[in-house]
Design a protein around this ligand. Structure first.
Ligand code: S3P
Length: 168
């Protein structure tokens, strides 16, 4: 089995879109952590946060990360908050290579301008919320990354090429 390819980064940085394409091109199984939890719970992320709470969601995330501590040739798109837990990242790093899709608050705000599926960005002043969460988290994304790709000025195609070049 090959090392997993683990995609980390802020909400709206393109982990899911790139992960799906990469999975087709490399013929490796794709796991989207949010989708996995949503399917398991039979509820949207918004509903899980509202009805069961963020702590419950983080626990589901934690259990899922623990399953990927071995190389299984998978492509894994993580949720943006996965880096808040050191154990999660130890598990993911022991099974795979961790990519960080680094972006800017402006670009993230643009990508998510019509999005209402992220409970942490609900309500007014989305860009401000992005800015302050990013300030809190940036050092964690960087700390755990094996490879950082600046995606703020490149498209999916270029991101894909960069990953393929790095995992060769
Ligand atoms: C979160 C990111 C989301 C999802 C949840 C919380 C976060 O995943 O897990 O809304 O804390 O950054 P995406 O990064 O796929 O949007």
């Amino acid at each position: 089995m090959e090392r997993n390819i683990v995609l980390t980064g802020f909400m709206g940085s393109g982990k899911t879109s790139v992960g799906k394409r990469l999975s087709m091109e490399l013929k490796r199984e794709f796991i989207d952590m949010d989708d996995f939890i949503v399917t398991k719970e039979g509820m949207s992320v918004n509903e899980i946060f509202a009805q069961k709470g963020e702590v419950y969601f983080r626990e589901q995330e934690r259990e899922l990360c623990a399953r990927f501590s071995q190389p299984k040739s998978k492509i894994i798109a993580t949720g943006g908050g996965v880096i808040k837990n050191d154990e999660n990242m130890k598990n993911l790093k022991s099974g795979g290579t961790v990519f960080y899709f680094k972006s800017t608050p402006e670009r993230i705000a643009y990508n998510l301008r019509f999005d209402n599926t992220r409970p942490l960005l609900a309500g007014d002043n989305k860009e401000e919320k992005i800015r302050s969460l990013m300030l809190e988290r940036e050092h964690l994304y960087e700390k755990y990354a094996d490879i950082i790709i600046d995606v703020s000025n490149i498209d999916i195609e270029a991101t894909l090429n960069e990953i393929k070049r790095r995992v060769k």
